[in-house]
Design a protein around this ligand. Structure first.
Ligand code: SAM
Length: 352
């Protein structure tokens, strides 16, 4: 299992947690409620919810039978910690963080999540990314789920968490494994190469390359066309299931879309348009609601449609999607705030 126990951020977190646990037996007991062995959800013991009890109990109620075990705490970190990057206040440098958040650690992963999370200082804010029915399980994503099943399982979930995801989306994609096996293999093989080409193009700001220099991106794009035509002819798939699959392969489509836009921008050609982009955005919104990446795309579409006379109506509809997406990401419903956030969101795609 490729799990890095010697990652310096995790080691630092381990030292902090051990120190806190030595001083605070209640915290230790709470932390020991979290998963620490790699097993599938079905094999897991349901954890005690004692630590959610109100009013809070005193540490003596928890007994003295628990001992600080650094190796168990490291296993807890491996399965439950959240990691990421945040920008400093001056927005110039990025800092990597790794933290343990007790209650969010009890939330399972789904490749079709319904909640998103935002970390502000030492606090994690969890909010609904879409409408959630009473009694419905709240889920988040542990990994990027803008990828087909094979890539999600091979590269991230199994490697980092050691379980095979059994969410609704994975079950549907698993049932199509045979009919999509050639394209998913091609996707896994081309993924890094195509991303490198896009990254390289973005760094060549003063001298943008031509479309012909993106051979991997072009092959990657053909995967999306093949998948789209196969899922159209696959009877028995519901609308939402088609969107799940399309969202998984969406990077194969987006690479070329972005490169075309990039070249058009530098050569001062008229803005490009391709109707499929709206379908791709809808697929992403349905499958992974509250995804900042989708917000950037929406903002780009709005910007492009503003430069195209006959596409204004599309721009307005997509703009409404952007406002909805903002509330799913940031939990803020004020449209003036959302507009500012949408404008900022294109920073992840620097050339627009
Ligand atoms: C952070 S914990 C989540 C809470 C955990 N289910 C519990 O009861 O404590 C992560 C572990 O939950 C299980 N898990 C989470 N999402 C899953 C999913 N979609 N399919 C199967 N197992 C899952 C795996 O065992 C994983 O290592």
């Amino acid at each position: 299992m490729a799990m890095s126990y010697d990652d310096p951020h995790r080691v630092l977190l381990l030292m902090r947690l051990v120190a806190r646990a030595q001083d605070d037996p209640l915290f230790l007991k709470q932390m020991y409620c979290l998963a620490h062995t790699q097993s599938s959800q079905d094999e897991m013991e349901v954890p005690s919810m004692d630590f959610l009890a109100s009013p809070p109990r005193s540490p003596s109620d928890y007994g003295t039978d628990v001992h600080v075990d650094p190796s168990r705490i490291m296993d807890i970190i491996m399965l439950n910690s959240f990691e990421g990057e945040f920008k400093d206040d001056n927005q110039e440098s990025k800092t990597w963080f790794c933290g343990l958040y007790l209650i969010p650690s009890l939330i399972n992963h789904s490749c079709h999540r319904n909640a998103s999370r935002l970390i502000v200082g030492g606090t994690m804010i969890l909010h609904a990314a879409t409408d959630i029915q009473k009694g419905e399980e709240i889920t988040i994503t542990y990994i990027s789920t803008v990828a087909p099943l094979e890539l999600r399982h091979k590269s991230s979930l199994a490697m980092k968490f050691g379980f095979k995801c059994k969410c609704k989306r994975c079950i549907v994609e698993d049932s199509l494994r045979h009919s999509l096996s050639d394209v998913s293999e091609m996707y896994c093989n081309l993924h890094d190469k195509a991303f490198d080409e896009v990254r390289k193009a973005i760094s060549l700001v003063s001298h943008p390359p031509t479309e012909s220099s993106f051979s991997a991106v072009a092959q990657f794009r053909s995967i999306f066309d093949r998948v789209s035509s196969r899922i159209r002819s696959e009877y028995g798939l519901s609308e939402i299931e088609r969107k799940w699959i399309m969202a998984g392969y969406s990077s194969a489509y987006l690479g070329k879309w972005l490169i075309r836009g990039y070249i058009a921008r530098f050569s001062k050609k008229p803005a490009i348009w391709d109707d499929t982009i709206v379908e791709v955005v809808e697929a992403l919104r349905t499958t992974i609601p509250g995804l900042p990446h989708t917000l950037s795309l929406i903002t780009l579409i709005v910007a492009i449609t503003q430069r195209l006379e006959n596409k204004h109506e599309i721009g307005k509809d997509v703009f409404k999607m952007g406002l909805a997406e903002c509330s799913g990401i940031y939990g803020n419903l004020r449209s003036d705030v959302c507009i500012k956030l949408m404008e900022k969101s294109t920073e992840v795609i620097p050339f627009f």
